[in-house]
Design a binder for this molecule. Structure first.
Ligand SMILES: [Zn+2]
Length: 234
């Protein structure tokens, strides 16, 4: 069994209106995930794979046994689409994309497609059943418990595999949601295959305290400016 957090943002992640999003550098994200005993993470910045690719490079230097899966959270005009395993450098303008177009585009890139927080803000709700997702987030650490309950009900109704994720925007939130995968080999292909085949189990559900969100709001701009240079490829 291997433990993963499939939804993490770095400071390469940009909010489509005010620009600031994740506040931790790719290095901080990798180091925190390793220190919390995870076997791997998906770095899923908004509309770019930049943070994931940098984190993957850093992880190779720090700990060869730790797997970083470059990924992307596409913010479509109808809701968010989480694409796991997009290993090319990609930055997209998603404002005019529908969720269906986002799913199709990411599918072409070979990604596994997960519906993040289906009933949270920018969730796809009942659209999840219509767009051919591979799995959904049955637990997202940043949203209200009743929305996670609804997500689990939806997974049961649609027969979709579930993952648990932190949706971390600062490194301290990492591992608040953990998915256990029934795999022996640690590779991107093995992880994608396990999700598609439903070899996933929600392992940890720990709701992110509101302090994390306050911190993001108060110090966001400052931290963002300081850390931006670290989001350039090394
Ligand atoms: Zn997110």
């Amino acid at each position: 069994m291997k433990k993963f957090d499939f939804h993490i943002h770095t400071c390469c992640s940009k909010h489509w209106i005010w620009g600031i999003d994740g506040l931790s550098t790719p290095r901080e994200v990798v180091e925190t995930a390793i220190s919390r005993g995870l076997d791997g993470i998906a770095v899923s910045d908004h509309n770019t794979t930049k943070g994931g690719l940098i984190a993957a490079k850093i992880a190779k230097k720090i700990d060869k046994k730790f797997l970083v899966i470059p990924s992307i959270e596409v913010k479509s005009k109808t809701g968010d689409v989480l694409a796991i395993g997009v290993v090319e450098e990609l930055t997209i303008k998603s404002r005019f994309l529908t969720a269906e177009e986002a799913v199709n585009q990411m599918r072409e890139k070979g990604a596994v497609i997960i519906a993040p927080h289906p009933y949270g803000r920018e969730g796809l709700g009942s659209l999840v059943g219509k767009l051919g997702f591979d799995a959904l987030e049955g637990f997202n650490a940043r949203i209200l418990p009743r929305f996670n309950r609804k997500a689990k009900e939806l997974a049961a109704k649609l027969g979709l595999p579930m993952v648990a994720s932190s949706d971390a925007h600062i490194a301290d939130e990492i591992a608040n949601g953990i998915t256990a995968l029934n795999i022996n080999e640690l590779s991107i292909e093995a992880v994608k295959d396990a999700i598609i085949k439903g070899k996933t189990k929600i392992y940890q559900e720990r709701r992110t305290k509101s302090m994390g969100r306050v911190y993001t709001k108060k110090f966001g701009l400052l931290l963002h400016i300081i850390k931006q240079p670290l989001c350039e490829p090394t």
